[in-house]
Design a protein around this ligand. Sequence first.
Ligand code: ADP
Ligand code: MG
Length: 214
Amino acid sequence: MNSSEINDYAAAIREAILAHEADIECLDREIGDGDHYINMKRGCEAIAGLADELSTLSSADALNKIGMKLLSTIGGASGPLFASFFMSMSKSLKVNDASSDTFSRLHIALAFETGVQAIMQRGKAQAGEKTMLDVLIPVATAFKQLAEQGQSSKDIATTLKNIASDGLESTRDMLATKGRASGLGERAIGHLDAGAKSCEVMIHTVCDLVLAGQ
Ligand code: ADP
Ligand code: MG
């Protein structure tokens, strides 16, 4: 993974988020305040504007830069959470290998897991609270297991896509105990979580690029 690949992922994620405007917006309107799509779009545009600068950086530095940019551009609850994810992922890559941009699948899986743990700490949330973590935690767990087993990138990508979809679907019947939907009680049941949807879209996009051979 190098910063040119990170730019490719960011460009594909931006397109995918824009393509899912209707569903992401609608989900946050149903059980949130309706701004999640706008927040995601703002973050994606800000990262697109960094592309030239990112291409000069190591992947760890590029991820840190992305995190700092998201912290200053995305509002809402999700901004600091996504920022923590990228900054912690960056730190983990640096600890594992500061000198090279050649990371094993396991390095990347461990960095992803570190990023997800940072979201849990920052948002003081666990699995089962109807948030983005209901996609991210199972994906992080499976990513690490599959990488430890030595599975190929394409097999890992195929499995993670399914796990992300299942995680999103699992939010439908949950009560929300974190974020704006937590005031709704039983009324949140039957609705998917908007942040879980964005994360599913982003994970599918990156996995599709991996499956396409990038
Ligand atoms: P806001 O909730 O401030 O309007 P967004 O609409 O951008 O911010 O993001 C809402 C999403 O953030 C939710 O759908 C949920 O997935 C996620 N979220 C909110 N609070 C938390 C938390 N404490 N931990 C993890 N994710 C959270
Ligand atoms: Mg919102």
